[in-house]
Design a protein around this ligand. Structure first.
Ligand code: ATR
Length: 360
């Protein structure tokens, strides 16, 4: 190594040391800010700042760094210190959000939303609440000035009785997965429907296509309505025939018994049943022979990440859309309703994928 490289390396090391010292200085400064708050003292203390400069200038005697440079550099440092103290003191308490369900222990929503909040610097905190009395819990959250809530199984339909207003699909299908608390009102939305449609449209044009939708529960209701709005031909197959027929009637679809689903000619198959969900990962709602090459096959089950339904479809040359896609899209729409800011979709997807991989 020549002399110049050596010197440069020394400079780089010194700069790193200066940076570490500056970081330590800022940490101490923030601590001082907290003490000031506890003692009701002002952040800006002119006397103290003069004393700091006096000390520094006395320290420049016999040094190579000139006084003006010390003044310049430390003016900037003190400016940053002051700003950090004020920011920390002025930061409002976080806006709170929660997902309400039962059981809720394995929900991926808290980590997904919290990561997204911090990514865009939204001062929010999201957590999971296990509740069997969703109405009472919701009213408590309203009193606590929450910003919003996600609603999941088994409350997506019962929740509507407690809301002041329903918007869009939530109103049409009476299925709600998102509540926004605005001006003392509880407003219900359904982002599952849009989330599912966006996941499909990411892969294909929908207009003119024929879809086989498996299931007639809460998730299937949201998806069936979305499909109706996209003007596709929909066949609904469900184990409980009466429920399936009712949903088909409501959404202009054609009902087929589950054991006749194999005979339906279609471009897209969607599993909106809970079949194949952990711990019954070897189950499928229909036999694998249903899959034909190039069909688009979507599963709403995302745990496990690679369901048997999706694996069999891929093995037969179908294009897969995994359950994480719809989960993240519905979460992104919730995020936007609560924060009025664009959701960081790639971060949300990455967060969910890494959680699922850790669990696998
Ligand atoms: P979600 O809100 O997730 O849709 P849900 O309302 O309980 O949950 O609906 C679950 C769906 O999975 C229903 O369509 C259910 O069929 P039934 O209406 O016949 O109950 C379907 N499902 C659950 N277990 C099933 C199984 N073993 N075979 C076939 N369908 C099943």
């Amino acid at each position: 190594m020549n002399d110049l490289d050596n010197f440069r390396k020394q400079i780089d090391d010194l700069d790193q040391q200066i940076l570490a010292l500056l970081d330590e200085r800022m940490r101490t400064s923030i601590a001082i800010g907290l003490v000031k708050r506890a003692t009701n003292a002002m952040v800006f203390d002119a006397g103290r700042e003069f004393a700091v400069f006096d000390n520094l200038l006395a320290g420049t005697l016999n040094k190579r760094i000139p006084e003006w440079a010390v003044l310049d550099i430390f003016s900037e440092i003190i400016k940053v210190s002051r700003a950090l103290q004020s920011d920390n003191l002025q930061q409002a308490p976080p806006k709170l959000y929660a997902v309400l369900g039962h059981p809720i222990g394995h929900s991926l929503s808290p980590v997904m939303h919290n990561r997204a909040f911090s990514f865009i610097n939204h001062n929010g905190l999201y957590f999971a609440l296990d509740t069997t009395d969703v109405g009472r819990t919701l009213f408590a959250l309203k009193d606590l000035d929450f910003g919003g809530a996600s609603i999941t199984m088994p409350h997506k339909e019962t929740i509507v009785d407690y809301l002041d207003e329903l918007i869009g699909v939530a109103k049409e299908m009476r299925v709600v997965n998102t509540v926004v608390f605005t001006n003392g009102k509880l407003v219900g939305y359904n982002t599952d429907s849009e989330g599912a449609m966006l996941s499909l449209k990411y892969r294909t044009e929908l207009e003119g296509k024929t879809v086989l939708l498996l299931g007639a529960g809460g998730a299937a209701r949201s998806i069936a309505y979305g499909l109706k709005m996209e003007k596709v031909t929909t066949f609904i197959a469900n184990r409980d025939e009466e429920k399936g027929r009712k949903l088909a009637e409501l959404t202009g679809a054609v009902f087929v018994p589950l054991d006749e689903a194999l005979g339906v000619a279609c471009d897209i198959i969607i599993n909106a049943t809970s079949v194949g969900m952990h711990p019954n990962a070897d189950d499928m709602p229909v036999p694998p022979e249903i899959f034909q090459e190039n069909m688009l096959v979507m599963d709403i089950v995302y745990n496990p990440l690679h369901t048997k339904f999706i694996k069999e479809a891929v093995a037969r040359g179908c294009v897969p859309v995994d359950g994480v896609s719809m989960f993240v899209q519905q979460g992104a729409r919730q995020f936007e309703l609560w924060t009025s800011k664009a959701a960081p979709l790639p971060i949300m997807r990455q967060t969910v994928l890494s959680l699922l991989k850790t669990n696998e």
